[in-house]
Write a protein that binds this ligand. Structure first.
Ligand code: AR6
Length: 180
């Protein structure tokens, strides 16, 4: 599914983020940047040890929830990995929405600062961190759409959803936010 926002393309695909040919892929990291399972595990496994070596060296203090840091993409086809830290879901009254939206905005901002024309995001926080996928879809898409409308970049933003359930949820949310 795709939508055009002025000069920007926003697209949803089902797939594996480690296979994306874009300037930057975003990792759903933890605040210690310690690696883990899910998309984080997949990115470190596919990109090799250079990614962790660099984040350990550049960001020994980790990365706060709601923010993002940049590293090499190692052997992945992308140029960079942006490590964004989403919130753990704690019922929805602990600022989760603001933190999730902030993680997306920080990722997009880093992409701009590093001259990335294309970026791919996973569904941050919807796995181990337990953010309900329908809410995450609306909250994340809203943050990305607002950013693209305001900044007119990056040219191409892709959400890479791992399974049909997440893909369907993001399609429904996008249809509601930007009806055709
Ligand atoms: N490509 C795209 N999406 C994927 C992939 C992949 N290869 N693999 C999994 N997903 P999660 P979180 C989806 O748990 O909830 C880690 O241990 C997955 O189906 O990866 O933000 C970190 O180290 C789900 O929809 O991230 C943190 O400790 C989405 O990616 C913690 O988990 C996010 O699930 C972060 O939890």
């Amino acid at each position: 599914m795709r939508r055009n926002l002025a000069e920007c393309l926003l697209e949803l695909v089902q797939g594996d983020i480690t296979r994306q040919q874009v300037d930057a892929i975003v990792n759903a990291a933890n605040s210690r940047l310690a690696g883990g399972g899910g998309v984080d595990g997949a990115i470190h496994q596919a990109g090799g040890p250079e990614i962790m070596a660099e984040t350990n060296r550049l960001y020994p203090q980790g990365c706060p929830t709601g923010q993002a840091v940049i590293s090499t993409a190692g052997t992945l086809p992308a140029r960079y990995v942006l490590h964004a830290v989403g919130p753990m879901w704690k019922g929805g009254r602990q600022g989760e929405r603001a933190l999730l939206q902030s993680a997306y905005r920080h990722g997009l901002q880093l992409a701009l600062e590093n001259e990335c024309a294309s970026i791919a995001f996973p569904a941050i926080s919807t796995g181990v961190y337990g953010y309900p996928v329908d809410r995450a879809a609306t909250d994340s898409l809203e943050a990305v759409i607002d950013f693209l409308r305001e900044r007119h970049a990056p040219q191409r933003t892709r959400f890479v959803l791992f399974g049909p359930g997440a893909y369907g949820a993001y399609c429904r949310a996008l249809q509601e936010l930007l009806p055709e």
